[in-house]
Design a binder for this molecule. Structure first.
Ligand code: F6P
Length: 365
């Protein structure tokens, strides 16, 4: 009888998820004796009534490595530990269905699980592992904020999208003599913003790791105008905040999520700059989910494929409770408990930050 492997993709999607799924399936078929199933919308497929699983075979995964999104769907709502349930009074509460899920896995004869996801998903992996689940994690996020891995796939494609936006903004900013502010994603880390600012040649880049002084930002724009240039570009991470200030966010009211949704940093910066006397015309662009959708670039396809093959080999080696990590040029297995312990934020002493400062980008400090 064939062994059964379950694959799930959880949390926000990112370019490269399909390339991981394809690599897992290809490697599993190469090794023979394996059947691969995909749970629709993360683990919610397993917990749905009726159960929603799909067969992942060489035909269903053919050519998907070039496609954005995930063919098995994803969600950042629900999951085994926080399943949303409506009470008879109409109030939403959450229920822990993890034991039930482990029983479902057993009943289905599933002997291994690969969970592809960001920090939230890998916390779920770690908790399931502690309960005895034979699980392997694969890190993904455009934010690049997971520790223990040099890069997450999806990040470089998001940087490409943000850099392309900067390039486009430069031409229109130059024509209209404006300050154009681009707000990019990244949650509490400034990786996308800083990479796009360096790649695109922005004058200002504000990241969550460096709370900004609005007067310093104004001074940088004044210097730019004094040098005879008539336009400027500022890249602002969605998690950026002024010194002593707060990030701009709204609280999500979706049942089963208690997520803070960041957004509004560009508008806020625009208002603050006007308040301190910046007179040039300012416009704001919010790049949003254009950074998450679409085809993965070549780097992310390769990284995702390497991670998929490594994840399946970790299944063969029964390295449960571990996550795949990229330590250039190798793929290694790291304990999930270490991977979820802390986030990967930009080190202010790093060469990336020195480079930005070295080409005159104002980081707001
Ligand atoms: O974590 C990926 C990410 O795109 C963040 O950069 C962003 O803050 C968040 O997800 C947006 O989530 P949603 O698509 O649920 O609004």
């Amino acid at each position: 009888m064939k062994k059964r492997l379950l694959v799930a993709t959880g949390g926000g999607d990112c370019p490269g998820l399909n390339a991981v799924i394809r690599a897992i399936v290809k490697r599993a078929y190469q090794k023979q004796g394996w059947e691969v199933l995909g749970s629709i919308d993360a683990f919610n497929g397993l917990l749905s009534d009726p159960i929603q699983l799909v067969d992942l075979n060489l035909e269903t995964v053919a050519g998907i490595h070039v496609k954005g999104g995930t063919i098995i769907g994803t969600t950042n709502r629900g999951g085994p530990f926080h399943w949303p349930v409506k009470t008879p009074q109409g109030k939403w509460v959450t229920k822990n269905r993890s034991k039930e899920m482990l029983q479902i896995l057993k009943d289905l004869g599933i002997s291994a699980v690969i969970n592809i996801g960001g920090d939230g998903s890998q916390r779920i992996s770690q908790r399931l592992f502690q309960m005895g689940c034979p699980i392997i994690g694969v890190p993904k996020t455009i934010d690049n904020d997971l520790s223990e891995t040099d890069f997450t796939f999806g990040f470089q494609t998001a940087v490409d999208a943000a850099t392309d936006a900067v390039d486009k903004l430069v031409s229109t900013a130059a024509s209209h003599h404006r300050l154009l502010i681009l707000e990019v994603m990244g949650r509490y880390a400034g990786w996308i913003a800083l990479h796009a600012a360096i790649a695109g040649g922005a004058e200002v880049c504000l990241i969550p790791e460096i709370p900004y002084d609005i007067h310093k930002v104004k001074a940088a724009i004044d210097r730019r105008l004094d040098s005879g240039k008539k336009f400027a570009i500022a890249v602002v991470a969605e998690g950026a905040k002024a010194k002593g200030g707060e990030m701009t966010y709204v609280e999500s009211e979706t049942p089963g999520t208690m997520k803070i949704k960041l957004g509004g940093a560009a508008l806020k910066l625009s208002r603050e700059l006007k308040d301190v006397g910046v007179e040039m015309e300012i416009r704001e662009t919010i790049l949003g989910h254009l950074q998450r959708g679409g085809r993965p670039n070549a780097f992310d396809r390769v990284l995702a494929t390497m991670m998929g093959v490594k994840a399946f080999d970790m299944v063969l080696n029964k390295e449960w409770g571990h996550m795949v990590a990229y330590r250039h040029p190798d793929m290694v297995a790291v304990p999930l408990k270490d991977a979820v312990r802390k986030y990967n934020y930009i080190d202010l002493r790093s060469d990336l930050v020195k480079t930005a400062r070295g080409v005159g980008i104002c980081l707001g400090d």
